[in-house]
Every structure is written in structure tokens, then in C-alpha cells.
Design a protein around this ligand. Structure first.
Ligand code: NAP
Ligand code: GCO
Length: 257
């Protein structure tokens, strides 16, 4: 096995990142590509993905696109099988696609509850199972689930989101229990408060933004590129004996009251 920085080399590996048309997913896809991986981008809109793929290709990264809705089980299975058939074996899966819908619990409509749970939790069951079946046959694979500090803690108005992310933490540990013996490392990343479109309303709210900076020991919001190191680590040989772990990239937030 390689030693030192060679442990983090992803050359020749194929990575699928769900929800990588923007935000954290795109940053992780670019970072894995810069570490040598071939990339499959995902989102619901082909034209948006084509633009992003072109940017990555201009940066010297081999980028493919697979437009599918992660909440659509049959579309997921068809897309994963097509990637395996037409692009190559998926070595690295990052389950990143996610949404947040903020509302007091008593006002949440059932369709909104199911939209959040479907996108943030049920989709990972669909995608991890479809890709994992191929990984099991090869006895190797890396799965990274994008959890959240809300996998551990919660604030008012985000109960569906935190419920889903708490479930995703336990799904990560459950897949460790079943698949670690097959040389499939399943881990999570738990981001703190990052500057993305998902949080645009919060960033624009001076009072909330000030609270984030005060609640976070690092004293600031995070930039999406600050997740790349954790993603490359968990996607590489450097983490071959790391299983069922949620790596919090949160400026220290989950470590303090
Ligand atoms: P974002 O900027 O809103 O991006 C969300 C991504 O998910 C987009 O690429 C979107 O693609 C995709 N997506 C949404 N629904 C989808 C679906 N049904 N099928 C396929 N793709 C779908 O959000 P973000 O802040 O980068 O968040 C990404 C992940 O990180 C989420 O799981 C989120 O919970 C998690 N997270 C974020 C933070 C944060 O501070 N931002 C912190 C902790 C965890 P299209 O709309 O183009 O289809
Ligand atoms: C919110 C935010 C958070 C962050 C992130 C924190 O409304 O509190 O959207 O949920 O997105 O998940 O880790």
C-alpha cells in the first residue's frame, strides 16, 4: 500500500456524488476530482449538470453526468446500473443530496414532512442499496453519507430535517455493521453551518448569523471547500480501517454547550 500523501491518491477511482450540481456536493465532487478521481455528477436538471461538468472538465477533471431524482427508486436503480455499465465501477459513493424546509412542528404539512424525509433519508436507502449491491460483488467500496450537526443536536423549526439526519447517522452505523466485513467502509460527514444556497435565508438574517458565529467556537460560517479534506480522507485508502464514523466538520460546535 502507498504511504504518506499517497494514501490520499484517488487516481483511477470513480466517484458518484449525489446532489452535486451546486453547494457542498459540487465542492466535494471537485475536491475528489482534484485528488485524481473520475466524477459522476448528479442532480435533477441535465442542463445544469452539463454546465458544471464542463467547468470540471476545463479544470482537467473527467466528469460525467447522471441526472436522476434520488427520491425515485426505479430511476435510482436504472441510473446506478447504467453508470456501472457505461462509465465504470462506482468505487466511491457520496450521498449528499438534501433539502431543508423550516417550520414550527405544529404547522408542518404531511407533504413537506415526506419531501424532507424522502430526499434526506429514504433516498440514501435507495442509492446506497443500488450501489452497494455492486460494491458487495467486488468486495470493496467507500460510502460517505452527508449527515449534519443536526444528526446530534436540533434547534426549533427543523424537526423533519434533524429527524432525517439523525436517521442517516444510524443508517451509516447500520451499514457499517453489515458491510464492513465485505471491505466496504461506510462513514459520514457532519457539517456545521456552511455558506450555501440551502442556508441563504439564515445567512441573510443578521441575528441568526450572529448566533451561528457565537455558537460556533471557530466564530464563523464555513466555506464549502473546507469539507474537501474530510471527503478525500473518507474516500481514500487512508480510511480503510475507519467504519461507521461520523466526522464532524463544524468549527467545534458539537463539542461545546
Ligand atoms: P444546496 O446548495 O441546496 O444543494 C442541494 C443539492 O441537492 C443540489 O445539487 C440539488 O440539485 C440536489 N438535490 C436536491 N434534491 C434532489 C433530488 N431529489 N434528487 C437529486 N438531487 C437533489 O444544499 P447544500 O447546503 O449544498 O447541502 C448539501 C447536503 O449537505 C445536504 O444533504 C444538506 O442536508 C447537507 N448539509 C448542509 C449543511 C450546510 O450548512 N449547508 C450543513 C450540514 C449538512 P438540483 O436542485 O440541481 O436537482
Ligand atoms: C438550519 C440549517 C442547518 C444546516 C446544517 C447544520 O436551518 O439550521 O439549515 O440545518 O444546514 O444542517 O449542520
Amino acid at each position: 500500500m502507498a504511504r504518506g500523501v499517497g494514501l490520499f491518491d484517488l487516481t483511477g477511482r470513480l466517484a458518484l456524488v449525489t446532489g452535486s450540481s451546486q453547494g457542498i456536493g459540487l465542492a466535494i465532487a471537485r475536491g475528489l476530482g482534484e485528488a485524481g478521481a473520475r466524477i459522476v455528477l448528479n442532480g435533477r436538471h441535465p442542463e445544469k449538470l452539463e454546465k458544471v461538468a464542463a467547468d470540471l472538465q476545463n479544470a482537467g477533471i473527467e466528469a460525467h453526468i447522471a441526472a436522476f431524482d434520488v427520491t425515485d427508486h426505479s430511476a435510482v436503480v436504472q441510473a446506478i446500473d447504467a453508470i456501472e455499465r457505461e462509465v465504470g465501477a462506482i468505487d466511491i459513493l457520496v450521498n449528499n443530496a438534501g433539502i431543508n424546509r423550516r417550520s414550527p412542528f405544529e404547522e408542518i404539512r404531511p407533504d413537506v414532512w415526506h419531501e424532507v424525509m424522502g430526499t434526506n433519508l429514504h433516498s440514501v436507502f435507495y442509492v446506497a442499496q443500488a450501489a452497494g449491491r455492486h460494491m458487495l460483488a467486488r468486495k470493496r467500496g467507500k460510502i460517505i453519507n452527508i449527515c449534519s450537526i443536526m444528526s446530534e443536536l436540533v434547534r426549533p423549526t427543523v424537526v423533519p430535517y434533524a429527524t432525517a439526519k439523525g436517521g442517516l447517522k444510524m443508517m451509516t452505523k447500520g451499514l457499517c455493521a453489515e458491510w464492513a466485513k465485505h471491505n466496504i467502509q461506510v462513514n459520514g460527514i457532519g457539517p456545521g453551518f456552511f455558506k450555501t444556497e440551502l442556508n441563504a435565508p439564515l445567512i441573510a438574517d443578521e441575528k441568526f448569523s450572529s448566533w451561528v458565529c457565537g455558537r460556533t467556537p471557530a466564530g464563523r460560517w464555513a466555506e464549502v471547500d473546507e469539507l474537501i479534506g474530510a471527503a478525500v480522507f473518507l474516500a481514500s485508502d487512508a480510511s480503510n480501517y475507519v467504519n461507521g464514523h461520523i466526522l464532524y466538520v463544524d468549527g467545534g460546535l458539537t463539542s461545546v454547550v
